[in-house]
Design a protein. Structure first.
Ligand code: ZN
Length: 341
């Protein structure tokens, strides 16, 4: 089977603020993982995405990213919804739970397998380390190993007895027929080299094949990967604008590549500043982030707004949100204030 891999250049994100007219459709979302209650860091992303949607006269959804079920904490989803409501961040439609959307992810995986873009992988972490050592390097990226493509030639039709993951190809097929084909095709770049424009961070680029390698779509324990679930859900829900924490920016190239492989549109992306903990790392439950104090939601909102560069308000929650929405709209609809000189 001949596959065509192309250099993907996302053109959807070259949006000037004025290009977004009142008639344009805007659909944003906040997608927390219910592994605990919201804290000061996660409220920044929630407030930014809500303000961006309101300033664009758009709609805003909440999606519970509980696809990684072993890490999900019972009751955290309801607590998050209560916290959002207390802060006046109300969604325009009932929330959805990824754990109830498995059929959508399976359909997408089947489509990728049928097109020869996904393959089964039985490698353990040790197998991957050995394969990389045999190639003379230990390319490590964060704590993740760059997958060397060991199982890329496994025929998906072949019955595999062992539990196995499914991975997405980020490189051209190495079969002789396909190589012959690519050798005669000039001009096509045969790998997942992704360029996009983040609305806050500016032009971004990542060669997914080099930086990550063929990445996991479904784990060996049958859990859908974060990447596949997010891409399928954003498209299924019609999300046009993703506003989320900067810690997730590194996933964007993989998600755009996956959108391309599935024939799905690419939303606009904006990654918000992070709140750092006392150790200088991103604020999380692990470094002492406290759950938001529901008795004083305005205080929590003021702290989140300060991270985004907006002034504190001393009125009601509703009035504070309306004031910030007007400010966001005034600066050309960015939920992050322009930097002061
Ligand atoms: Zn493998």
């Amino acid at each position: 089977m001949a596959l065509t891999f192309m250099k993907v250049r996302s053109t959807a994100n070259h949006e000037s603020p004025s290009a977004f007219t009142a008639g344009s459709r805007y659909l944003g979302r906040f997608a927390p993982s219910p592994t605990g209650p919201l804290h000061a860091g996660s409220l920044v992303a929630a407030l930014a995405s809500w303000l961006d949607a309101r300033a664009h006269c758009g709609q805003w959804l909440v999606r519970m990213e509980d696809v990684d079920t072993p890490r999900t904490v019972a009751g955290a989803d309801q607590l998050i919804l209560q916290q959002l409501a207390a802060c006046g961040l109300l969604a325009d439609a009932p929330p959805v739970w990824q754990s109830q959307r498995g059929a959508l992810y399976q359909a997408a995986l089947k489509q990728l397998i049928a097109r020869g873009l996904a393959y089964p992988c039985t490698c353990s972490r040790k197998d991957i380390e050995h394969a990389l050592a045999a190639q003379g390097h230990t390319r490590e990226r964060h704590a993740e190993l760059v997958y060397p493509g060991t199982c890329r030639h496994t025929d998906p039709a072949h019955q595999i007895k062992k539990p196995h993951a499914w991975r997405l190809r980020t490189d051209p097929p190495q079969t002789p027929g396909a190589l012959a084909q690519s050798a005669t095709t000039t001009g096509a770049v045969q790998e997942a080299s992704i360029a996009w424009v983040d609305r806050r961070l500016g032009p971004q680029h990542q060669n997914v094949a080099h930086a990550v390698g063929d990445f996991v779509l479904q784990r060996a324990d049958a859990c859908t990967s974060y990447q596949l679930a997010v891409v399928v859900d954003d498209a299924a829900q019609g999300v046009t604008h993703v506003v989320r924490g900067q810690d997730l920016a590194d996933n964007t190239a993989r998600q755009i590549w996956l959108q391309h492989c599935l024939g799905l549109p690419t939303p606009h992306y904006l990654h918000t500043p992070l709140v750092l903990g006392p150790d200088g790392a991103k604020l999380s439950k692990q470094n002492g982030a406290q759950a938001l104090d529901l008795t004083d939601p305005l205080r929590a909102l003021n702290a989140a707004a300060a991270v985004l560069g907006w002034p504190a308000q001393s009125t009601t929650v509703a009035e504070a949100l309306a004031t910030w929405t007007a400010m966001v709209a005034e600066v050309g609809a960015s939920p992050v204030a322009p930097r002061l000189p």
